[in-house]
Ligand binder design. Structure first.
Ligand code: PLP
Length: 811
């Protein structure tokens, strides 16, 4: 196939292999892959209906007549051609690319390197653990001219696979993480496995690895390399242990007389971190800078994530795979974080089928004993059969995950324990984690990070590629949590963030956000912070302009090096809230010219008062025209151009042609399209959930709650739930106005909403204490909830109080 021809097709911005993920059909090339379970060719007609016009398909599989407007690229093998296409795409870029392979730690090293480098480079990296024959091309496709460095991971399960991945990634620098103890089914020996993996680096100019892994060293030693070790002085970098405590570890590198302190002590994290350190060194970083960056590694979600569980348990979630090498690292991690708790391990069958089970289980149990694990739960047929090896532990065994969940979920069997959950993918241990995490009490706001990224893409697809996007993250990102959402937006290269107050901006800066930030409400006391944290205030009037000038005058000698002060001008064209009026423009220009050395205008904007309703169209267009005139005058006199912006979320949908240089996206990102044009394409971002704390049966005529407002017109079953107006559940939901979802059924609130609790009608439903109750999510939807009490979704979202725990997840 002529993949080059495909690359010339300018309309193709996205490539998808999963029809459910297509969000901008007209700009997407759909690659129809024939898998064991599904065949992508079956989805072509559905995608065609949605507007998809470019398909990569297998010869003879599609009847073209049915899709007259589509372009089909017909090939022998769609996966092979997809990979070739990506090889060609890769050729367009000359910036450095880091390739990572090995048995454990690929994803975490990639994420850590990203965190360490993003301050200095525009980084493109594999999403999640996209490291397979399909994941790699999807990852590499994301390389764009704006990036400056790429980080991709590669994983193989049998001989001959790596070469494909190598051709697509073409790493200039390589990292070989480590090698598991077993060679797995796809390889005849460990050596073969290492050689296969190492072939990723055949054209790399340098490969980084730990010299302690003998086989890796044997294979990579004759290539240009940087090896490291904490035990072997012959490595290129030899680090000596200086001190170790619960919270951190320090190493000494005598060659340069330098100390490195890591914010953790477990072996697995240290190994991953050293790979990152050497990579930074290879990229030319000074030791001092590397030292300063290491604390950043604390608290980044990693493959082992640590969660609070019910009954005061801690849960270490490592549900990716199960082999002995990985297990040893995970138990180390458990050990580091289990202070004062009993250690327990929930595990599945192993993948190491070729090791005799006796040897395998003896190794395993001795590892468990060595690390002080007292309790085990084994799941899977093979484990079930080998129960006799575990007589030294408190133990339980189940043939399947379902069995475990059914038998255990009726009673609370873990208490004050640190539990490692480690299982092969096919055992679906994420269900086990979910079960252990569930708390009997508590209300939480779950934020779906993938939905945010998706919604951002939806709005991006409406705009010209050159139009910048400012995302409003004021009021804690409309209630969703500030720096967590901001980090995601920074990763997706949003151009600006907008906050309401200086402190919100400072909080973002202190949490690693470097995207430019506008502050909507300036205050004289905070100009100093704004300057130092590089926050750009909105200046809406002469009062604030003069305040700013007098701040600069009185602090000139201290702040001189930070000047000019960057500001954003607000022009009032009809909102009648904040902003300079047209008549004030000449005087403003005069002042700006006078203080041009001190003040730099980065942008000028206006805010639309009625972009959400068609009836205000004439008014809105007038606002836009006035704004354009004002901006034009401003630029003419300043002698430089500024970023001009007017549209909020509603405006992006209705007045797309007036997108100017930038738009300000707010509520749309959080899944609500105010004027409904794109609501279908958006996904709800947050889900507010609580649980049942008590169930009661009441007789006809009894009353419920304060003021005896709820009246039973028949015998009823009611449930008390853990949410009240102090959590942000509005008192106006009292007396049946509000509805919640429990046991897949929508039920009404009965009586008055209390401060911390509410009562619901669950007559005829089979419910139990601890059951989840959905306040809003897919259903009920916040749009309907807001309507029922005569308010707007903005208020419902931002009212969720700070005491409600925020939980972030990607599907
Ligand atoms: C909040 C805000 C926005 C975003 O509004 P949405 O309706 O949420 O899109 C845009 N501009 C300014 C000035 C704002 O204060």
């Amino acid at each position: 196939m002529q993949t080059a021809e495909l690359l010339k097709n300018q309309t193709i911005k996205f490539i998808e292999v999963d029809s459910r993920k297509v969000i901008s059909p007209s700009q997407t090339l759909f690659v129809a892959l024939s898998g064991q379970k599904t065949d992508g060719h079956h989805y072509i007609s559905e995608l065609y209906k949605q507007g998809c016009r470019s398909f990569l398909c297998q010869k003879g599989k599609v009847n073209f007549d049915a899709f007259p407007e589509a372009v089909f690229y017909e090939v022998e093998d769609t996966l092979v051609s997809f990979q070739e296409l990506i090889q060609d795409h890769r050729q367009r870029f000359t910036y450095p690319v880091i390739g990572i392979t090995g048995s454990n730690g690929k994803t975490i090293i990639k994420e850590w390197l990203y965190t360490l480098l993003e301050e200095d480079f525009r980084v493109v990296k594999s999403p999640k653990s996209y490291n397979s024959q399909i994941g790699v091309p999807l990852s590499v496709w994301q390389m764009k001219p704006v990036h400056e460095i790429g980080i991709f991971e590669a994983g193989v399960s049998k001989k001959g696979e790596m070469l494909n991945l190598q051709k697509m990634i073409q790493p200039t620098t390589g990292i070989f993480t480590n090698i598991g103890q077993a060679h797995g089914e796809g390889f005849s020996s460990m050596k073969e496995k290492v050689e296969e993996k190492a072939s990723l680096f055949k054209d790399s100019s340098c490969v980084i690895y730990c010299k302690d892994h003998q086989l890796v060293d044997d294979v990579l030693n004759n290539q240009i390399h940087l090896s490291w070790s904490t035990t072997n002085p012959t490595a290129d970098f030899y680090f000596e242990l200086e001190s170790k405590s619960e919270s951190g570890t320090t190493f000494y590198y005598s060659e340069d007389d330098i100390k490195l302190s890591f914010p953790f002590a477990d072996q697995a994290s240290l190994e991953n971190a050293f790979h990152c350190v050497i990579t930074l060194k290879h990229l030319g970083y000074k030791w001092e800078v590397i030292q300063q960056k290491l604390p950043l590694l604390k608290g980044i979600p990693m493959r082992f994530s640590l969660k609070e569980g019910r009954n005061n348990c801690l849960v270490v979630d490592d549900t990716y795979n199960n082999d002995l090498a990985g297990l040893s690292m995970a138990i180390d991690f458990l050990h580091t974080h289990s202070a004062g708790k009993i250690k327990a391990v929930v595990f599945s069958d192993f993948l190491e089928h070729q090791i005799p089970s006796k040897e395998l289980y003896l190794n395993f149990t001795s590892l468990l004993k060595q690390k002080g694990v007292e309790r085990v739960v084994g799941i899977g047929d093979m484990t079930f059969k080998n129960q006799s090896f575990f007589t030294d532990f408190e133990s339980q065994f189940f043939p399947t995950t379902e069995d475990f969940l059914l038998k255990l979920s009726k009673s609370t069997v873990f208490k004050d324990e640190a539990i490692l959950v480690k299982g092969g993918r096919s055992f679906a241990f994420e269900k086990v984690v979910k079960f252990l995490e569930q708390r009997v009490h508590g209300t939480s706001l779950e934020i779906n990070m993938e939905a945010i990224a998706h919604n951002l893409m939806v709005y991006r697809s409406l705009l010209k590629p050159s139009t910048k996007i400012m995302v409003m993250v004021k009021a804690l990102s409309y209630g969703s949590g500030s720096h967590e959402v901001a980090s995601l937006l920074q990763y997706h290269l949003v151009d600006y963030l907008g906050v309401a107050y200086t402190d919100e901006g400072v909080h973002l800066r202190e949490n690693g956000i470097r995207t430019p930030i506008m502050v909507l409400n300036p205050s004289s006391a905070s100009f100093d912070k704004m300057l130092k944290y590089q926050l750009e205030p909105e200046i809406p009037s002469f009062y604030w302009f003069d305040q700013l000038i007098s701040f600069i005058e009185s602090n000139y000698s201290e702040i001189e090096s930070y000047l000019p002060f960057k500001i954003q001008l607000n022009f009032d064209t009809g909102m009648r809230r904040l902003g300079f009026e047209k008549s004030e423009l000449p005087k403003l220009i005069e002042k700006l010219n006078k203080y041009e050395k001190w003040i730099e205008v980065t942008s000028a904007f206006t805010h639309l008062a009625g972009a959400d309703e068609a009836l205000h169209e004439e008014f809105t267009l007038n606002q836009i025209t006035t704004f354009k005139e004002m901006a034009n005058d401003l630029e003419g006199s300043l002698g430089y151009t500024v970023i001009k912006h007017a549209l909020n979320s509603a405006g992006i949908g209705r007045y797309t042609e007036h997108q100017l240089d930038m738009v300000r996206l707010g509520i749309g990102l959080y899944g609500v399209d105010v004027n409904g044009f794109n609501q279908e394409r958006l996904r709800p971002v947050s889900r507010l959930v609580t649980s049942i704390s008590q169930i009661k049966h009441i007789k006809k005529g009894e009353t419920v709650g304060y003021g005896r407002k709820g009246i039973a017109h028949q015998d009823m079953q009611i449930a008390t739930i853990d949410i009240g107006y102090a959590d942000g559940f509005d008192r106006r939901f009292s007396g049946g106005v509000g509805q919640v979802k429990v046991a897949d059924t929508i039920v009404p609130i009965i009586g008055n909403v209390c401060m911390d609790m509410s009562m619901i009608d669950v007559t005829d439903l089979n419910v139990q204490v601890g059951d989840e109750v959905v306040i809003f999510g897919n259903d009920p939807h916040i749009i309907d909830l807001a309507k029922s009490i005569g308010t707007i979704p903005y208020e419902i979202l931002t009212n969720v109080s700070q005491r409600v725990k925020r939980v972030y997840h990607s599907e």
